[in-house]
Design a protein around this ligand. Sequence first.
Ligand SMILES: Cc1cc2nc3c(=O)[nH]c(=O)nc-3n(C[C@H](O)[C@H](O)[C@H](O)COP(=O)(O)OP(=O)(O)OC[C@H]3O[C@@H](n4cnc5c(N)ncnc54)[C@H](O)[C@@H]3O)c2cc1C
Length: 380
Amino acid sequence: MYFNRSNEFPRSAEVVVIGGGVIGLTIARALGQRGVRDVLLIERSALGTEASFAAGGILAPQAEADRADEFFELACRSRDLYAEFAAGLFDETGVDVELDSTGTLYVALAEGDELEKRYAWQSKQGLAVKKLTAREARELEPHIAPSVAGALLFPHDIQVENRRLLNALVHSVNELAIKVATHTNVESLTIERRQIKGVQTSRDFVSCRIVIIAAGTWSSLIEHANTPTIEPVRGQMICFDAKPQLTRHVIYSPRGYLVPRKDGRLLAGSTSENAGFAKQVTAAGISAILANAQEISPNVANLPIVDTWAGLRPRAADGLPVLGPCDEIDGLFYATGHYRNGILLAPVTGELIAEAVVAGHVSPSLAAFSPNRFNLAHVS
Ligand SMILES: Cc1cc2nc3c(=O)[nH]c(=O)nc-3n(C[C@H](O)[C@H](O)[C@H](O)COP(=O)(O)OP(=O)(O)OC[C@H]3O[C@@H](n4cnc5c(N)ncnc54)[C@H](O)[C@@H]3O)c2cc1C
């Protein structure tokens, strides 16, 4: 049920989820699927319009990983949940999120050594990775640049159409009778004796005992939420019209990437900028993306540009996600700081946070991402 600007607003809920991006929506759905009856999702503007809308939808934990650490484990686990996640959403909503398992190609330009190392550790661990000569890479992708010296193919890395994913999640949440309040800002949390009592919003107070902060790059701006600092890292994107499509795989280089969509759009990304909360597209950003895209495939130069945009990636101080309960405040959970991988990490975040809320069980796989790794302010 939707509570927009004009109808009556709920004054209480069992669980309040703050933020209607891919993370908040996935958690709300996971709670609904586990039988939590009274979930209220509160979104400041419209659902799915921020970083989750701006993303490329690349689900490629292997392509950029240089070691097998806890983050790599979590990311691979989430990637491997995607087939079931997408199928479930299709059954519930009829929306095809265009999961594509063609694989990811990482091309070597001057940086062949880095790829050698990546190939060495991943193949030693028995992970699916294939080393291609320049000729083999070109047979696979005829439009890549003559300067490509070789490539790694990661056949298990996939991609999703993230805007379709958001659409599917919105429908699913609706089917599950999750309450959704859009155009409603959560200003502060109300805490008494270290226990959540409710949230103060721009419309009214909502009483609740559990709050999940999934407000992306704005998470640490909510008063009394004690959230570790989350900073915006701007990413710009260019969208080309590429019919017929220029590539079949998602193609990475050390400086950029190309993402082919089924409908003929070709995305090129991205930048990584500390520009505060300014979400502009800039001339410098666009020219860097264009140069990096043409380095992968000079044929990009002939494609019409049909769109450009920018989004703000939510980054914690150590670049890792912030997931789990707050030791200082009972009933408060964080699911933020997903930085460059929030689309990838959505399914595992939904599962593990819902499990922590419903069963009170915090998975050991969340230990490395606990909010309590930061020195949270003491609450009395
Ligand atoms: C250019 C770009 C490319 C990317 N490519 C990829 C990729 O290929 N693969 C990948 O996995 N990830 C990618 N990412 C990262 C990914 O987009 C993010 O990690 C992910 O979207 C974070 O999701 P979120 O739900 O936490 O944040 P958002 O989608 O930003 O959602 C947060 C929501 O919270 C709302 N909100 C904030 N404050 C409040 C408040 N006080 N009250 C109510 N609502 C509030 C906001 O309005 C917003 O809707 C990319 C990001 C960018 C910018």
